[in-house]
Ligand binder design. Structure first.
Ligand code: SF4
Length: 244
């Protein structure tokens, strides 16, 4: 006669309950393409293609570059240069922008888009430069970030291009796209991308590297239909966006 199995006690049943799995800590994605030899090869190819890469915003001072960079948000450098050609004839120093008529300034910078916010940023930053920094654009990341409308991208452009101070890497739309295509990062957030790039690019290359990636994005590695056949990084690139 088959022996009936003894019913398990509540205690036994409880001990058999599946334990919840420990939450897995999300590891920060490390791009496979960050091998130092590969990074060095990419830098060498960028140097070869764009030895004279630089900022395409026309300016004659750190202050003008700051204003042009604020204007360049969501706007082409060509359009910004057209607008500033006249603008800088009228507004020559920070005081001129700081105490300008906002209605007039809005009208003058309107072609660059987002003109109300940009007017607030330009006037606010100019006022802070006059009132807190003795009329000079500050030279440290910490101080420049206190200016209204200035975030890391603008700060890096001004510190790097106007002062030659390598405080970080400029991460704009081209740098976001290209650093992902070249597998130098697996992040989409500009702050994280900058951290990733700063970790793998030697500091003395931060300034030129930003310009070179931006130039490459404009001239070859466009968002749509990158010109891969003409790209000198083609043998190093395994992006799924590559065209054949
Ligand atoms: S091979 Fe194509 S996708 Fe890769 S970097 Fe060059 S242009 Fe961009």
């Amino acid at each position: 006669m088959p022996v009936k199995k003894k019913a398990k006690s509540a205690k036994q049943r409880a001990s058999k309950k599946p334990k919840f799995a420990k939450p897995v800590k999300k590891k920060r994605a490390v791009a496979a393409g960050t091998d130092p030899k590969r990074v060095a090869a990419i830098l060498a190819k960028l140097d070869e293609a764009y030895p004279d890469a630089g900022c395409e915003l026309k300016h004659e001072s750190a202050f003008e570059l700051l204003i042009s960079t604020i204007l360049s948000a969501q706007c082409t450098d060509v359009r910004v240069n057209q607008v500033t050609q006249e603008l800088y004839k009228k507004y020559k120093k920070p005081e001129d922008f700081a105490y300008a008529s906002s209605a007039e300034l809005e009208k003058e910078i309107r072609p660059t888009g987002f003109f109300r916010n940009k007017t607030k940023s330009i006037m606010g930053a100019s006022k802070a430069i006059v009132e807190k920094f003795g009329g000079q654009v500050p030279r440290t990341m910490e101080e420049i970030l206190t200016l209204p409308g200035v975030a890391r991208k603008t700060a890096n452009v001004v510190l790097g291009t106007a002062y030659g101070i390598a405080s970080g890497v400029v991460v704009d739309t081209h740098v976001i796209r290209l650093s992902n295509r070249l597998d130098l990062t697996r992040n989409e957030d500009p702050k994280k991308i900058e951290q990733d790039l700063m970790a793998i690019i030697p500091q003395d290359k931060w300034i030129i590297f930003s310009h070179q990636l931006i130039w490459h994005g404009r001239r070859a590695c466009a968002a749509r239909k990158p010109k891969c056949a003409e790209c000198n990084l083609e043998h190093l690139c395994y992006s799924k966006d590559k065209t054949h």
